[in-house]
Design a protein around this ligand. Structure first.
Ligand code: SF4
Length: 662
């Protein structure tokens, strides 16, 4: 085993211990795709070359006196940093083929210069001297000894991006990141480990700090006590276990993040290396595993006839062959892990997923739970089937991804729910659930009167939004429901204009300023409607419409795709947030509804004031558990399949469904 464990290896082991162990075995570093900016390495090179040049600054910089205006300092610094970018572009001409990335890189460097200028403002000395003090170290190699037992230590080493010393003498151990916050936990662990190494090697107390350029800067400082707790409770024990895994003294466990297996660069090596887990000594022999009652592995008489009752729906004939094959794979894997478990009842068959109920049989449920991760892992690595084990009260379920998903079509779903949709405007179809039922929404209900939709590129967000609008409009006249569609990217709603043009209250809205004006107009309309309701002593739009046949009010639905463009604009954000809060709080009864969608469901976009006033939550595939929690208040959406696979919380718990194609 190499004498040094690198900080990068610790980061890998936090993602998946087996990635680290296999990297050691294969003798090469293994890294997952991390969603980094393509120019992350270039950014690091530029900032390093800038930090190394602070002792020999350009004349424009040395000319600044101790009382130079802060704007001038910031401007001069920005020019200096961007000079380094220009030199980089000259020496790497291929960068010119990536103009969008270079724009982001320049923006990140401007943010970096702004951050540095801000730190210099608190020094009493002139900017040149202050800058030299600030950059105490850059790209510094660190190495320290970590005890792994009473008698043994191991070296841990890495290269920290910078150590900054502020005017008051306090230090930051700094990592620059160009990835988004999907990796925030790993970044925090990494910089925490650097704090430990800085203290061990240099005897300095530096606060772990992540400077994230996305491309705007976010500064995350970890409290020293919190960092020390993380280091001693998690990171240093992990290092000790990494030594045991590398030496083969212990088998490295699989990751808890099943979504990583699908993109893992050592998936094949993992399947070969961890082919069988040894059963615990008191486990029954594999031969004791009981399969389902049907000895031929069939789905039972109901399923075989194609009429298996699954939560009130019917399994289709064409699904059966695939379901049987999945069942056989699952039984095989259950046997291989040595759990005396069996499958119970008919599986729930959805368009993209099949869910089996598992009984622990003669074994204990705890034993089954312990083997769950191995079950999932073997299904992925040995059979190429994504699977998720779930506990629902006392019931254990395993959901498997179908290799041949059934296409879900909007017209069929609308036909199945036509009575519900026709009854009142404001009702729509979201998709088909994993048990084959149609998932619908009533905008008239308090728990789903406004909807927040989050999903990354490729998640199927635009397709879902179009299906929602079509199903809202299909059975109702333009006098009953009117839409305002805001589409800053100009790609989501254009295909709808020909089919629902007469339902549009305004032309498609492309400009954020116009969107804010429309929302403010709706706030006025809401207040006007309430004044009318008060005069007629009715509670809401339904009461009003019942008492005014022939003069009904229409429901108004505003759909804003990519609403982050409104939140991230300093000028528009206050008006936008105020309008959303006022409409979110009381527009339901007035028949005005918001559907806000974003591909960036992060803390900056989904502000608490927005989240609190939008009760219905729909998460398509997102980048990280953090994004999932921001929408649903729980993880899970990061492991969705994309292309319309969604989790929806409409006030009755989270439901998984597949969005339809129009
Ligand atoms: S396939 Fe999954 S468990 Fe195996 S090394 Fe890769 S991420 Fe880890």
């Amino acid at each position: 085993m190499s004498a040094v464990i690198s900080v990068t290896e610790v980061r890998n082991a936090l993602r998946c211990p087996r990635v680290f162990a296999l990297g050691r075995k294969l003798g090469r570093p293994v890294a997952f795709p991390v969603g980094a900016s393509a120019l992350g390495a270039t950014f690091h090179r530029i900032v390093e070359s800038f930090a190394r040049s602070v002792s020999a600054p350009p004349a424009s910089w040395t000319g600044l006196g101790a009382h130079a205006e802060s704007d001038k300092v910031a401007h001069t610094l920005r020019c200096w940093v961007l000079d380094h970018l220009v030199r980089e572009l000259q020496s790497h001409p291929h960068l010119g083929t990536m103009p969008a990335e270079v724009d982001d890189l320049a923006e990140a460097l401007r943010s970096f210069a702004g951050f540095v200028a801000g730190q210099l403002a608190s020094f009493d000395t002139n900017p040149a001297a202050a800058l030299q003090s600030l950059f105490r170290a850059a790209e510094l190699e660190l190495r320290a000894s970590v005890p792994i037992s009473e008698s043994e230590s191991v070296s841990v080493g890495g290269r920290i991006d910078a150590i900054l010393e502020h005017a008051r003498g306090n230090l930051d151990a700094v990592e620059y990141k160009l990835t988004d916050e999907a990796n925030a936990e790993l970044d925090a662990a990494q910089v925490t480990l650097y704090r430990y190494l800085v203290r061990q090697q240099l005897g300095l107390d530096a606060q772990p700090t992540v400077l994230r350029f996305d491309p705007k800067l976010t500064v995350t400082r970890i409290q020293p006590e919190e960092a020390d707790e993380l280091a001693h409770s998690r990171l240093l024990p992990l290092v000790a276990r990494m030594v045991a895994w590398a030496r083969g003294e212990e088998p490295a466990p699989a990751t808890t993040r099943k979504d990583l297996c699908a993109v893992c660069p050592v998936r094949v090596a993992c399947a070969a290396e961890y082919r069988e887990s040894l059963p615990a000594r008191d486990d029954p022999p594999a031969g004791a595993v009981r399969s389902r009652p049907e000895p031929d592995g069939s789905l039972g008489p109901d399923a075989a006839s194609g009429t298996a009752d699954v939560a009130g729906t019917s399994t289709r004939e064409e699904d059966l062959a695939e379901v049987k094959a999945l069942e056989r794979k699952l039984q095989q894997v259950i046997r291989s892990v040595g759990v005396p478990a069996s499958l119970v009842g008919a599986p729930a068959v959805g368009p993209t997923l099949v869910t089996f109920q598992i009984s622990a049989g003669r074994g204990s449920v705890q034993h089954l739970d312990r083997e769950a991760r191995d079950l999932e892992h073997k299904l992925v690595t040995n059979h190429g089937v994504g699977a998720t084990y779930e506990k629902r009260g006392g019931v254990r379920m395993l959901t498997m991804v179908r290799a041949k998903p059934r296409e879900v079509r909007l017209p069929a779903l609308m036909h199945r729910e036509s009575a519900f949709l026709k009854e009142r405007p404001g009702r729509l179809v979201l998709g088909e659930t994993t048990t084959g039922t149609v998932l619908t929404v009533d905008l008239g209900a308090p728990t789903s009167c406004h909807l927040l939709v989050g999903g990354m590129t490729g998640s199927g967000k635009s397709v879902l939004l179009r299906a929602m609008v079509i199903s809202l409009a299909h059975y109702h006249a333009p006098s009953a429901i009117q839409f305002t569609l805001v589409d800053p990217k100009r790609v989501s709603f254009a295909p709808l204009v020909s089919s629902i043009g007469s339902h549009l209250a305004n032309p498609l809205c492309y400009e954020c300023e116009d969107a804010v004006r429309i929302l403010e107009g709706l706030v006025d309309e809401m207040e006007e409607r309430y004044r009318t309701f008060a005069g007629m002593q009715v509670q809401d739009i339904d009461d009003y419409n019942d008492s005014m046949p022939g003069a009904e009010l229409c429901r108004r639905v505003v759909v804003i795709d990519e609403f982050q463009d409104l939140v991230l604009s300093k000028a528009l954000r206050p008006s936008f947030e105020e309008a959303v809060q006022r409409l979110g709080a009381k527009a339901r009864a007035a028949g005005i509804h918001l559907i806000l969608a974003t591909q960036r469901p992060d803390a900056k976009t989904v502000q608490p004031g927005i989240k609190a006033n939008i009760p219905g939550k729909i998460a398509l595939k997102v980048q990280s558990p953090v994004n999932s929690r921001i929408i649903l208040s729980e993880g899970g959406a990061e492991a969705l399949l994309g292309r319309g696979d969604m989790l929806a919380d409409l006030g009755q718990g989270v439901v998984r469904a597949q969005a339809p194609l129009a």
